[in-house]
Design a protein around this ligand. Structure first.
Ligand SMILES: Nc1ncnc2c1ncn2[C@@H]1O[C@H](COP(=O)(O)OP(=O)(O)OP(=O)(O)O)[C@@H](O)[C@H]1O
Ligand SMILES: [Mg+2]
Length: 259
């Protein structure tokens, strides 16, 4: 379970990215976080895995106050939290399976990793993870021979192989075409259901958020302005999250400003 209690996050430059956040997310929930650019979505996710530290409040994950963790505890904790990025973050000049294996045996010496000298039983774990996202047949391909969608599935397999209890994903489908985006979202959904995995996804595509997530959290200027079932999201809710259309600059105004 993830629990935010009165959490504030202000960056050193004075920007308050999270303002009094209170949330409780249970094991096995599929949550989409939506909001305008700069609303605080990435900050929220990155505080959970300690990429960023909160300034005030309490952030508990599975009853552990994550801000109290230090050094090796943070590294061990991070292994429980899978993280997926828009840019996949893979080593593209090596094989798919080697990318997954690095997360199965992070403690292996660098030269064994480079030479691909991984223990056999670990290879089985990596292959199982690739099977779960439907790209077992690509195990021995080089990553740079794969499409964007396939690369994101490798990233997902790598995360699964580390056996996390939560997967955080920051715009995982933002650079994919609409059809491939759905293939990847299907993977997230299947993993969520089959493994009772908690999944938190930052996503700009509202329609995908509503289709796939059970729960939507809308953030505006660092505050939670909606938290509820995706099936209960109405146009009024979207206006609350994104602002009414009058607040968005109109193209004509932009053209005038240029003259
Ligand atoms: N490392 C940083 N240092 C200072 N300010 C930051 C930093 N990261 C984010 N911010 C600021 O914090 C606020 C929230 O940013 P955040 O990246 O969390 O938004 P976001 O909702 O993920 O936006 P996007 O949809 O564009 O990814 C913004 O005002 C941003 O400029
Ligand atoms: Mg972001």
């Amino acid at each position: 379970m993830i629990e935010f209690i009165n959490v504030n996050k202000t960056y050193p430059n004075g920007v308050t990215a999270l303002n009094n956040i209170n949330l409780k997310i249970d094991q096995g929930e599929f949550v989409a976080i939506i909001g305008l650019s700069g609303a605080g979505k990435s900050t929220l996710i990155r505080c959970i895995n300690r990429m960023h530290d909160i300034n005030e409040g309490t952030l508990n994950v599975d009853d552990v106050d994550v801000s109290k963790l230090k050094g090796k505890q943070v590294r061990d904790y991070r292994r429980k939290i899978g993280m997926i990025f828009q840019s996949f973050n893979l080593v593209t000049r090596t094989s798919v399976i080697n990318n997954v294996l690095v997360s199965v045996v992070p403690e292996l010496s660098w030269w064994r990793k480079i030479l691909g000298l991984f223990p056999k039983d670990k290879k089985v774990i990596a292959l199982e993870a690739l099977d779960k996202v439907g790209i077992l047949d690509k195990a021995y391909n080089r990553v740079d021979q794969l499409s964007g969608g396939q690369q994101q599935r490798v990233a997902l397999a790598r995360t699964l192989a580390q056996n996390p209890s939560i997967i955080l994903a920051d715009e995982p489908v933002a650079s994919l075409d609409p059809v491939t985006a759905k293939v990847v979202m299907d993977d997230f959904k299947r993993i969520n259901k089959d493994l009772n995995m908690s999944i938190l996804i930052n996503i700009h595509h509202v329609e995908l958020a509503l289709e796939y997530a059970d729960r939507v959290i809308g953030i505006r200027k660092g505050e939670v302005v909606y938290d509820g079932k995706s099936s209960d999201v109405t146009q009024d809710v979207l206006d609350e999250i994104y602002g009414s259309i009058t607040e968005v600059p109109h193209m004509d105004d932009l053209e005038e400003a240029k003259v």
